[in-house]
Design a protein. Structure first.
Length: 192
């Protein structure tokens, strides 16, 4: 197609579709190649190239030469490709940050599980040192998750007696766990 025919077809409103098709089929492979090189082979290269041609279609400024049209296409393609690269870099940094965040959580959970396991072993050993009735009441509360009122009904004793046994058990366990070099991590709850 003659260069002047291309320029005139592009500068008229509406654009000459025959000229448009010629520009599209002639320059699409070249612009696609530019986009692929600039983005490092992004899977979005064809979409970006199509967007470049949409921008060309919407361009109202007069073109003077066919190389001017190609220069416009190349400039827009490089700009959109660089924007895609920045977008991908941001997405990768975000994904890496999320990955590191969850790795830290997993590491802390593993460490906490090891600590909990250590203290649970200490506590189980120390629970066995409690007097028989206190040990039974503590196990019903701590392991079977019964309320003080449920324990009192089950054992045929007052709720206040259960609370006293639990308080004494916690006091004893706190001392025993500290003797073993641990930290007492149990929380005393009174269910009223």
């Amino acid at each position: 197609m003659q260069p002047q025919v291309v320029v005139d077809g592009f500068n008229q409103t509406p654009k000459d579709t025959e000229v448009w098709n010629w520009v599209y089929t002639t320059y699409f492979p070249q612009i696609l190649n530019t986009v692929r090189k600039t983005t490092g082979g992004s899977p979005y290269s064809e979409d970006i190239t199509t967007d470049v041609f949409v921008i060309l279609w919407q361009e109202t400024g007069p073109f003077v030469t066919v190389p001017g049209i190609l220069e416009f296409l190349t400039t827009v393609a490089v700009r959109k490709s660089l924007n895609e690269n920045r977008k991908q870099d941001t997405a990768e940094r975000h994904a890496e940050g999320v990955r590191r965040y969850y790795l830290n959580i997993e590491e802390r959970n593993r460490e906490n599980a090891e600590i909990d396991d250590h203290y649970n072993r200490l506590m189980y050993v120390d629970v066995e040192k409690l007097p028989r009735v206190r040990k039974l009441i503590f196990k019903l509360s701590y392991f079977e998750k019964l309320t003080n009122e449920q324990i009192a009904l089950k054992q045929g004793i007052s709720k206040r007696t259960v609370e006293t046994h639990m308080s004494d058990a916690y006091r004893f366990l706190r001392i025993e766990v500290k003797k073993s070099g641990g930290y007492f991590t149990f929380t005393l709850f009174f269910v009223l």
